[in-house]
Design a protein around this ligand. Structure first.
Ligand SMILES: CC(C)(COP(=O)(O)OP(=O)(O)OC[C@H]1O[C@@H](n2cnc3c(N)ncnc32)[C@H](O)[C@@H]1OP(=O)(O)O)[C@@H](O)C(=O)NCCC(=O)NCCS
Length: 287
């Protein structure tokens, strides 16, 4: 993949994921929609970041000069991560996906561990399971946050560049590999919260709507404190959605109950050579 392929890959991924969203739609969820322009732009920036840091992990399949599929992946320390993966609807189920995943996996051949966030597409699950990944169901926490339920939160501050070593240490402790250069990218897109005390430390990247997108902590208490602080910045009239919570993170389900959020299940965390990370909420693509 080169930078010139990014717009075509983004359109292809939007179409392929939309199709899967329509097929696996659950009653009670917001209606699926194609990716809106601001999320498409974010997809471009994130993929540029991957091409800068892991050009050998990003592949496209072409037919008659057109992109018909792609796989983007990254290695961080001894961890391989599949960021995004799709084949154009109408051309799926013909072996293109297998070839793309093999190329991306080759980039991670020196890694001991692997993780990826899987859609509910049975074709994707077959590819991952045959590549040795174990599937763990993922929970989504969703709802409006009632201000009267928010506890008083102390000892959480805004993070700075000076926290990078702490963040990388927390990544190693929770998921087995530092995010390294991803922190620089995440910090340009999101608000960073940090808590650093003897009883526990942690960090969370939080969206403008108050959803923690990545959270790593050395204790359940630090993780819970960060999640409450994030939820305090939500709009009480707008539902917030916290994704990619794997069941080992029961502290997050306890918090969802206390905040009266709904708990849903969707997609899988696929892992190879490692246990479910806890106290950790992975990023959807940078995990
Ligand atoms: C997932 C995806 C990238 C795979 O690409 P692809 O070109 O369709 O994959 P392949 O043809 O190489 O492999 C599909 C496999 O699924 C199998 N398959 C097809 N339908 C299936 C079903 N209903 N249940 C189980 N397996 C199924 C095929 O037999 C094949 O396995 P095999 O090669 O071992 O026989 C593609 O289907 C896609 O874009 N899906 C939508 C987007 C998505 O969900 N991406 C993954 C994000 S995590």
């Amino acid at each position: 993949m080169t930078s010139a392929d990014i717009p075509a890959a983004e359109r292809l991924s939007s179409a392929a994921y939309y199709e899967i969203d329509l097929r696996t739609f659950q009653r009670g969820w917001p209606d699926p929609s194609p990716r809106p322009p601001e999320r498409a732009e974010r997809w471009h920036r994130r993929t540029e970041h991957l091409l800068r840091t892991d050009p050998g992990g990003c592949w496209v399949a072409e037919s008659d000069g057109e992109v018909v599929g792609f796989a983007t992946s990254l290695t961080r320390e001894l961890m391989w991560i599949l960021a995004s993966y799709a084949v154009r609807p109408g051309l799926q189920d013909r072996g293109i996906g297998r070839a793309l995943l093999e190329a991306a996996l080759h980039h991670g051949r020196g890694c001991l561990r692997g993780m990826l966030n899987a859609s509910a597409d049975p074709r994707a699950l077959r590819r991952y399971a045959t590549a040795g990944f174990r599937l763990h169901p993922q929970l989504f926490l969703r709802g409006r946050v009632d201000r009267s339920l928010l506890p008083v939160v102390e000892h959480v501050r805004e993070g700075t560049d000076g926290d990078r070593d702490l963040l990388d240490s927390l990544d190693r402790r929770t998921r087995g590999a530092a995010h390294g250069p991803d922190h620089e990218y995440l910090a340009t897109e999101l608000r960073l919260l940090v808590t650093d005390r003897q009883v526990g430390s942690g960090y969370a990247y939080v969206t403008p709507s108050g959803a923690p997108i990545v959270l790593a902590a050395s204790s359940r208490r630090a993780a819970t404190t960060l999640m409450w602080e994030a939820l305090a910045s939500t709009d009480p009239d707008e539902p917030v959605e916290i994704g990619h919570v794997s069941p080992a993170n029961d502290w997050a389900v306890d918090l969802a109950m206390a905040a009266r959020l709904d708990v849903w299940s969707s997609g899988f965390l696929a892992l190879r050579g490692m246990k479910e990370p806890a106290t950790y909420i992975p990023h959807g693509t940078l995990l």
